[in-house]
Structure formats: C-alpha cells, structure tokens
Design a binder for this molecule. Structure first.
Ligand SMILES: Cc1cc2nc3c(=O)[nH]c(=O)nc-3n(C[C@H](O)[C@H](O)[C@H](O)COP(=O)(O)O)c2cc1C
Ligand code: SF4
Ligand code: SF4
Length: 268
C-alpha cells in the first residue's frame, strides 16, 4: 500500500505530542507530509473535513487517563474514508489508562482504521525544577523509538494492497472509560512585577482563557491546566501556584519518578 502522503493531526498544548508525531513521521519516510494542528481555539470545528491522505497519524495528550475533552471536541472536525491511522497518546510518566482505547473507538466510528497505536512519554505539564516529572521527554531515546515505530508500520503496510485488508489493532484500556473529573476553577497566576505584557501566554492558550492588555487576565473557568502559558512565559511571570495542583505535582514527582518507556502496538 502506498504511503506517499501522510497527515499529522494533533492537539498538543505543550508540544510533546507534536514532537512524538514528527518522530513517527520520519520513520514513515513519506514524501508529502502536512499537519492539522487542533490546539488553538480557531481549530474548533465549524465544518467536518474528510482527510485526504494515504495514512494519518493522530495524537493527543493523556489527561486523567483519558483524551482531554477539548481535544475530543476539536477532533470532531476530521473524518476518514477507511483511512489507515496511527493513534498516539502522550502521557506524563504516570499512566495512559483508557486514552488509546478512547481514541481508537472514536477513530473507528469516523472512518479511520487504526492499524497501530503508541503510548509515549512527554514532560508532565506540572513538571518544575523542584518537582521533576519526566523532564525533557520525549528525549533522544524516545524520539529514536518513535522513528523505529514509524518504520515498523511502514514495513507492516508494505505488503497490503487494499484498505479492505486492514484490521484494527487491539489497544489496551477499559470500557467504560475512567470518569472525567471536573475540578473547581483553577489556573496559573501572573506575577505583574515580572510580566512584560508580551502576550505569548495568550497566543498559546488552547481555550482562549487569557487576554493581555494592561494586565494579564485569565478566565479560570476556561482553563484546562495544560500549563502551556507557564512553559512559554519568557520571564517566569506565569506560574502554577494552586495548592491542589502543587500537591499533585509533588505526589507525581515522588510516586511516579521511575522512568517509563514507550509502548507500541501494530496490527497482525
Ligand atoms: C489536567 C492534566 C491531567 C493529566 N493527566 C495525566 C495522566 O492521567 N497521566 C499521565 O501520565 N500524565 C498526565 N498529564 C500529563 C500530560 O499527559 C503530559 O504532560 C503530556 O506530555 C502533555 O502533552 P502535550 O505536550 O502534547 O500538551 C496530565 C496533564 C494535565 C494538564
Ligand atoms: S508570557 Fe509571561 S511575560 Fe508575557 S504576557 Fe504572559 S505572563 Fe506576561
Ligand atoms: S490559562 Fe490554562 S488553558 Fe490557558 S494556557 Fe494556561 S494553563 Fe493552559
């Protein structure tokens, strides 16, 4: 089966998912690679697009063992036509639980055939120097693994002549999926004395929760705690100080400090 054109589709506030998808794509060695970035609010589905590609690689982070609802909402804008898909969940070294299964159920319902799936590790959104949680990941070893995974899928699809031969890969997870937990409104804060009003935090916010004018204003009810604003802030003015989040970060750093490795699944 030809794999000339590949489309990457992702929701990736802190860009670890994007990096993993790019690694996989290197391994696929396609000549025509395009991306559909669903991270920013502009990506909210106005209309549905059938993706025209030989293969799509679809990725999202894991939030609470699931695909974040904002990502699921944005994914509603894409469809396949018996299109083979590689599904990727990127998690912060705790667990990916039902995320890959959730992605697979959705993908099959909208016209993709998930021929492979991968769970990779990315630096946790709550990572800080005092609470390290998978800092710097995906690192060189993770990205090499992503490239190998892409090549292995390419090899697997080489002998396939039509999409009718494709079989969905079985991916780990449980139904019903883990319950989504809605926390009370919480968001990072801005230290005005360090803030230069550069606006970078507002530009990267996936929910449009931030506006920057004479001051940085955040609608906490819209915040999904992705920490993209914290990581992008050039002066460290934007910080996560919510007590519950700091406790979680501390727990993750202590209890989930052991390095986890990527897991991949290919059909057949
Ligand atoms: C609200 C929230 C919930 C999260 N839940 C999990 C989780 O259940 N398991 C885990 O290992 N990592 C979890 N993470 C960490 C992210 O999966 C991880 O940082 C990922 O690399 C982010 O992807 P991105 O860089 O593409 O945004 C969570 C992060 C946030 C913000
Ligand atoms: S990115 Fe940092 S410095 Fe720039 S406006 Fe936001 S909080 Fe201020
Ligand atoms: S305000 Fe919330 S949703 Fe927006 S970038 Fe910051 S952490 Fe993410």
């Amino acid at each position: 089966m030809k794999l000339d054109s590949v489309k990457l589709v992702y929701f990736s506030p802190t860009r670890t998912t994007k990096q993993v998808l790019e690694g996989i794509t290197q391994g696929l060695a396609a000549s025509d690679v395009t991306s559909v970035d669903l991270t920013l609010p502009e990506a909210d589905p106005a209309e549905t697009v059938v993706l025209d590609a030989d293969l799509v690689v679809i990725g999202a982070p894991v939030y609470g063992g699931r695909i974040p609802p904002t990502a699921m909402q944005r994914l509603r804008s894409v469809r396949g036509q018996d299109t083979p898909a590689i599904l990727v969940a990127v998690y912060g070294n705790r667990a990916f639980e039902d995320a890959l299964l959730e992605l697979s159920d959705w993908a099959q319902a909208v016209g993709f055939v998930p021929v492979a799936g991968g769970a990779f590790i990315g630096e946790h959104s709550y990572n800080t120097s005092s609470t390290p949680i998978a800092p710097g990941r995906p690192d060189a070893a993770d990205l090499a693994r992503a490239v190998d995974f892409g090549s292995a899928v390419r090899q697997r699809l080489k002998g396939v002549t039509t999409s009718a031969e494709l079989v969905p890969v079985s991916l780990p997870g449980n139904r019903p999926y883990r319950k989504l937990h809605k926390s009370g409104p919480r968001a990072p804060v801005t230290h005005a004395d360090l803030c230069t009003l550069c606006g970078r935090c507002a530009e990267v916010c996936p929910t449009g929760a931030i506006t920057v004018d004479d001051a940085v204003v955040t609608v906490a009810e819209d915040c999904i705690l992705c920490c993209a604003c914290v990581k992008v802030c050039p002066t460290d003015a934007r910080v996560m100080e919510h007590e519950r989040v700091l406790q979680t970060a501390d727990w993750l750093s202590t209890e989930h400090g052991d390095r986890k490795e990527p897991e991949v699944f290919i059909y057949g």
